[in-house]
Design a protein around this ligand. Structure first.
Ligand code: ZN
Length: 346
């Protein structure tokens, strides 16, 4: 699914207005057409990542278009460095192919009369060809969140292992951010913006990796929330509202008399239903039944993967007999990371 961020539409309006001020309606149309086609190229770039990812069994739930480019949200990063390398290279490769296609068209694949030197189509094709070269080069800069950062990490990971490779790649990215910052101060303020963007990318990638690493050393059962209020399959909406008021929980497991998990009721579902349905509505009509389950002895990183994979509110920790032993949510993981960080600092 391709989403267009609202700020992207603002960019379009801004570009069109700028074109109009410079050269009237014709110029406004030309710059708008260029931007739309350029972002078409960005979408193809992201689809390049998505298609190669699918070959390795990784889905791409969404692609979002922002003014700074596209973001393909992969459900996970493949463990094998070679696969990450192929996925990261696929995007820039698409831009190189597109640039080649535009150059070939300019070199005579279309009737010459379309391509007189001053014809708008010629100008557009030249702009698109150049823009695709720029996109490929920019994306291959060896810094997160650019594809080049992932390429570098994957290449390092062939030798160093994922955690160490991420650390080194993040350092290289921060060094580049610093260099961009200096050039930006001296020559071009736009580089300052890129410097900030690259710096944040490096920090985010490294902290994500630290979370993964911490998760690998813990068991799901050790990390789960084990004290919480539950609802029963016979509970009604009224009971759920009561629980919402008297606890600080955002979700409530629905557990039957035998201790087995039947589903999870979220705060959102409770609030929504309270506006639309009566107080006697059974909670089993409102709950999410399809909750991922994991064994207490499973690695926490499996739970983390499940939480990233799907739009699920929690992962249930369930023993061999099917009894609910605990829950892992994004919020509880956040708390856990705080505790881990405090322990590491002590
Ligand atoms: Zn890319």
């Amino acid at each position: 699914m391709v989403r267009v961020h609202l700020t992207f539409l603002l960019l379009l309006v801004w570009i069109a207005a700028g074109g109009y001020l410079v050269g009237g309606v014709a110029s406004a149309v030309a710059s708008s057409v260029f931007i739309v086609l350029l972002f078409g190229c960005v979408v193809l770039h992201e689809l390049g990542h998505a298609l190669v990812a699918r070959r390795f069994g990784v889905r791409t739930p969404s692609i979002t278009l922002l003014p700074i480019g596209g973001v393909a949200r992969l459900e996970r990063i493949p463990d094998k460095p070679r696969e990450e390398l192929a996925i990261a290279l696929a995007g820039p490769a698409v831009n190189i192919v597109l640039a080649a296609v535009f150059f070939l068209i300019l070199r005579g694949a279309v009737p010459a009369r379309w391509l007189e030197p001053n014809a708008p189509v010629t100008a557009l094709l030249v702009q698109l060809a150049v823009a695709n070269v720029v996109l490929a080069v920019f994306n291959l800069l060896p810094a997160f969140p650019m594809d080049g950062g992932r390429v570098l990490r994957a290449l390092l990971a062939l030798r160093l292992g994922h955690a160490r490779a991420t650390h080194v790649a993040a350092r290289v990215g921060q060094g580049m951010a610093f260099a961009f910052g200096i050039f930006g101060l001296l020559y071009n303020p736009f580089l300052l913006f890129i410097a900030l963007f690259v710096y944040i990318g490096a920090v985010a990638e490294e902290s994500g990796e630290q979370m993964q690493q911490a998760a690998r050393s813990l068991l799901a059962g050790e990390a789960a929330v084990t004290r919480f209020a539950t609802l029963s399959p016979t509970s009604r909406l009224e009971d759920a509202l009561e629980s919402l008021v008297h606890t600080s929980q955002h979700l409530f497991p629905v557990v039957d008399g035998g201790g087995s998990l039947r589903g999870i009721l979220t705060q959102e579902a409770i609030v929504r239903a309270s506006g639309e349905r009566g107080p006697d509505t059974p909670v089993i009509d409102l709950m999410i039944r399809d909750v991922p389950r994991i064994a207490p002895r499973a690695s926490l990183s499996d739970a983390l993967g499940r939480l990233q994979d799907r739009e699920t509110p929690a992962v249930a920790v369930v023993d061999a007999a099917g009894g609910l032993r605990g829950m892992i949510t994004r919020e509880s993981l956040g708390q856990l990371m705080l505790v881990q960080a405090a322990r590491a600092a002590a």
